[in-house]
Each structure stands twice: as C-alpha cells, then as structure tokens.
Design a protein around this ligand. Structure first.
Ligand SMILES: Cc1ncc(COP(=O)(O)O)c(C=O)c1O
Length: 384
C-alpha cells in the first residue's frame, strides 16, 4: 500500500471536493453559465488578493503571468528595478533581460530578505525607474519579504510595484490594495489548492497607465484583450479558458471563503512555526528565517554527511512523504517543506515523523520523537 503526502511548495495537495469539481462534464465557455462562473471566480480572487483592482487569469503556469507583466507594462530599454534574493527573483531579472529592459538589480544572497531601504535609495538615485519587481514568498529559500514596507516606499514614487506572490497568495498575509501593490501575480498550484495550469495577475489604475504606453509585442497575454472580456455584461475570456480548472477554482475559492482569511493565515503561521520548531528540536539548522511571516515554505539545511537526494528518496519511498530539494545555488544544500494550501497539523506531524525516521535510517543522530513532540506542543499551544 502506498499513501503519499505531497509536501512540496507546488504542486500541492488538493481537497477532494476540488478534484471532484474539476471532473464535472465540461461546459461551453460562450454561455451564460460560464460567464457567471467566471465572474464569481474573479470576485473570489479579489477576496483572496484583497483588492478592488481588475484580475486577469491565463491558462499557463505562474511564469506566464510573470511574462504577461513584463510585456504589458514595459517597453524596450525601460529602466526597472529587480529585487532578487533567490531563484524567483532571478526569474524577474531573466524576463527583464529577455525583453531588452535596462534592469538594475538589488541582488541579495539566497536566504536573505530584500531590504526596503535599499529600494528607497535606488528609487531616489535613479528616478527613471518605471517598475519595481519583487518576490513576496521566495519559494526557493522560505523567505517572505516585507511587501507592506516596500509598498509604502514605492507608492510615494511614480514607479509601479509588481509582486510575485505565486507561493504566498492564500498562505502568507498579502494585502494588495492597502499595501499599494500595483500588480500581484499568483499561480494555481500552491495555496490556491488547484492543479497547475492557471496564473493570475491583478492590475491597478497606476499600472494601467503603463499598459497604455507599453510597446512590447504581446498577443495571448495581452491584458487589454483580457480586460475587454471581463468588462462585458457577460464576462468572458478572449480565448478558450481552462474550463475544468476554472470550475475547480470556484470550488477552492469557496473553501477559502468559508475558512476566512484570518483563520487561513493563522493556520499557516502555526504550521510554519511548528515545522521550524520541530526541525530545530531535531538539531537541524533552519535555512528559512525563523519568523512568523515565513509561513509558506520551510527550508532546512541538510546536515553534514547526509546526501539530500538520498534523504528525500528515502522519505518518499519508505514513508510516502515528498519534499523538495534546493534550487539554484542551494541545490544539494537544503530540503524544503511546503505547507501552503490544503495542509494542517496532520501533514506536519507525518512529515516530521518521516524526517526523524529517515535521518535515523541514514545514521544521523536524532532522538526519535523529539521533533514530533515539539510540533505537537506548538499545535497544543496554538489550539490547532
Ligand atoms: C515564487 C515563485 N515564482 C514563480 C514561480 C514559477 O511558477 P511556475 O513554475 O508555475 O511557472 C514559482 C514556482 O514555484 C514560485 O514559487
């Protein structure tokens, strides 16, 4: 018998009712039924994003929405600021370079947060910067950046703030409008509890002014086409939408609304804290910052003498628990536990149990039960 626990920061586990929703017979997208569904999902996304801005969605992975941001806001040669402290910050840089933008890069080591003061300095020295790109939850390291502080800074300038919250949206607190985020990007396969295949972007009025000036070529990802569709009496998409994923999204958004954002963020904070405390109790070193905000992914240094691939293989083959390894410069150095989305105490307890047993099997000195008992203590303390 094989029971699997997908504990990666995307794709993530999916609630059974969401999976069932996606298995419904297909409805046609040029119908009133689809328009109602589409409008309802946009409303639900606005609740999760905490925004009144327009939200567009695309049949693509998260990177598609990131690319849509660049081609809709920018023109060749535009000066932009990229804040990078991991693999997904690097992706903004790669996209900017791909499209011929002049990217100034605030480059931080993997594991460090972006310093809001550095953004303020860059914007004051380089007043031609049109767009600031940041990552909310840097999935490759577990760092969650202080978007509220960054938003306060960028809001006082003419620059537009773009935040990649692909692994943060729906797990780590994110308030698009009150934090002055002009463009927020999310993806389906993380805390939104869906299969991969949908990507979302919310766009403010300030950002829309850049859309009107942008000269980069775009077709499928043209926000002007998407906007024309959602403004119709019966909202629609310019191209065939991913119908089954949209039906599933409707179901997952209903689950999120039922829990409520406050409880949802509290649950994630508790899981993050329990995971961090448990690995510390096992004598392992955290790579993620030991901070409440870092509640989407926990990154842990692989102990000396342990091969990360072997550890993860053992956890998967013997205990059915799938973790992620390191990315970019952290390959082989860390393991990552994803707990964004459809997760609760039971997943964390199973993961820590498997980690203890796998480390023991590999000859690493761990006291069996010490991590689990610490995690349980946190859950007891926080009433989970
Ligand atoms: C923060 C972040 N940005 C971007 C991406 C890229 O998304 P996708 O792989 O869906 O294109 C990911 C995926 O893990 C991510 O976590």
């Amino acid at each position: 018998m094989k029971k699997r626990f997908l504990m990666t920061p995307g794709p993530t586990q999916i609630p059974p009712e969401v999976l069932l929703a996606s298995a419904q017979p297909i409805i046609h997208h040029r119908t009133a039924e689809y328009s109602e569904l589409f409008a309802r999902t946009i409303d639900g996304l606005k609740y999760v994003f905490q925004t009144d801005n327009d939200i567009f969605f695309f049949a693509s992975s998260g990177t598609g929405a990131m690319e849509s941001v660049v081609v809709n806001l920018c023109s060749p040669g535009d000066e932009v600021l990229v804040c990078s402290s991991g693999k997904f910050g690097e992706r903004w840089q790669q996209l900017a370079e791909t499209y011929g933008l002049k990217a100034r890069v605030l480059d931080y080591p993997y594991g460090s947060p972006v310093e809001p003061d550095d953004i303020a300095s860059s914007l004051s020295v380089h007043d031609g910067i049109k767009v600031v790109f940041v990552t909310h939850s840097e999935t490759s390291t577990g760092v969650v950046n202080d978007i509220e502080a960054i938003g306060d800074i960028v809001d006082k300038t003419d620059a537009v703030l773009v935040a990649d919250s692909i692994s943060g949206m729906g797990s780590a607190e994110f308030r698009t409008d009150s934090w002055h985020v002009d463009v927020a990007v999310a993806g389906s396969q993380k805390a939104l509890m869906l299969p991969p295949g949908l990507a979302f972007a919310s766009v403010s009025g300030k950002a829309w002014k850049l859309v009107e000036q942008s000269t980069l070529p775009r077709y499928y990802f043209d926000w002007r086409k998407a906007r024309a569709g959602i403004k119709k009496d019966k909202p629609t998409t310019p191209f065939t939408p991913a119908v089954s994923l949209t039906v599933a999204l409707d179901s997952s958004l209903a689950i999120i609304r039922e829990e409520g954002l406050d409880d949802l963020f509290r649950r994630h904070r508790t899981m993050g804290r329990a995971t961090r405390e448990a690995v510390k109790a096992l004598g392992l070193e955290l790579f993620s910052p030991d901070e409440e905000r870092c509640s989407s992914v926990t990154a842990v240094k692989v102990p000396d003498g342990i091969d990360d691939a072997e550890l993860r293989r053992l956890m998967l083959d013997r205990f059915g628990v799938q973790l992620a390894g390191g990315q970019g410069t952290m390959k082989g150095e860390i393991i990552r536990v994803g707990h964004c989305g459809f997760y609760n105490y039971s997943d964390i307890i199973v993961t820590i149990t498997a980690l203890e047993l796998a480390l023991k099997t590999l000859g690493h000195p761990v006291e069996i039960g010490s991590g689990v008992s610490r995690a349980e203590a946190i859950f007891a303390e926080e009433g989970s």
